[in-house]
Ligand binder design. Structure first.
Ligand code: KIV
Ligand code: NA
Length: 270
């Protein structure tokens, strides 16, 4: 599997199945289950470290988990999040940090935001680094966005996300990931831009889907300092373990449900 294959899959209409992965055991299991891309997400700040958001995750954390995932997979693409504070200050600093993630085993790095991040994406691509742009709800800006909220609901914000997706595509990114945007907007962006799209809470018409593995297994009950009973899963989550007898089966069912277009359903979309 290469970065180029993502484009080939999207072109022939085969959905891309992506899951977050933070260690070698899950990498091996996911590879066997046919997951196309392993995302070493900075969601590990929440699901592994118990934080309330992703802002405290460090480069060192991301390098460590990328190495672990790379050690457990032989031919699956690995995409690693650039953590908060590692790419915003300048394209040069972003390149330096992206190179560390690539050296740790990532094939693609993901950055959040459009606007002035377009120049950073272009700089990384010019230096041979495959980039994914994360648009819509961008968790590293949760404080600015005022909570875990759907983005692109107004005409202005929808056109902004569309413009960012087009600018990122023109900058040479290999994927555009959209989180918590209306299904119709994600579908329109997927039709318009040349690169494959990945959705999470973005409807069924993206080129592929991603979920946090803990959400798929029903084991994320909110940050460590909160009562598990007080946490409500976002609407785009589906517990695949409930309908399976093993973790392997749950992951395989997720892959099949993404490939067949059965997941996400309208109930998981905005
Ligand atoms: O960190 C993460 O898990 C992510 C996905 C939710 C897209 O960025
Ligand atoms: Na992330």
């Amino acid at each position: 599997m290469t970065v180029h294959d993502l484009q080939t899959m999207a072109a022939r209409g085969e959905k891309i199945a992506m899951l977050t992965c933070y260690d070698a055991s899950f990498a091996k299991l996911m590879e066997a289950a046919g997951v196309d891309v392993l995302l070493v997400g900075d969601s590990l700040g929440m699901v592994l470290q118990g934080a309330t958001d992703t802002l405290s995750v460090s480069m060192q954390d991301m390098v460590y988990h990328t190495r672990s995932v790379a050690a457990g997979s032989r031919h699956t693409l690995i995409m690693t999040d650039m953590p908060y504070g590692s790419y915003e200050a300048s394209p040069e600093e972003a390149l330096d940090n992206a190179q560390q993630l690539i050296a740790a085993g990532a094939h693609i790095v993901k950055i959040e935001g459009g606007g002035h991040m377009v120049a950073t994406a272009r700089h990384l691509v010019a230096h041979g680094i495959p980039v994914c742009a994360h648009l819509g709800f961008t968790p590293q800006s949760v404080k600015q966005l005022g909570g875990y909220k759907i983005q692109g609901k107004t005409e202005d914000s929808a056109s902004q996300i569309m413009a960012d997706a087009e600018a990122m595509s023109a900058a040479g990114v290999c994927l555009v990931l959209m989180e918590m945007v209306p299904a119709a907007l994600a579908a329109e962006i997927t039709r318009r831009i040349a690169v494959p799209t990945i959705g999470i809470g973005a409807g069924a018409d993206c080129s592929g889907q991603v979920l946090v593995i803990q959400d798929l297994l029903g084991i994320y009950t909110g940050p460590a300092d909160k009562d598990p009973g007080s946490f409500k899963s976002p609407r785009f989550v589906r517990n695949f373990l409930q309908e399976s007898t093993s973790i392997q089966e749950a992951v395989s069912r997720y892959v099949q449900a993404v490939k067949s277009g059965e997941f996400p359903s309208v109930a998981h979309a905005y």
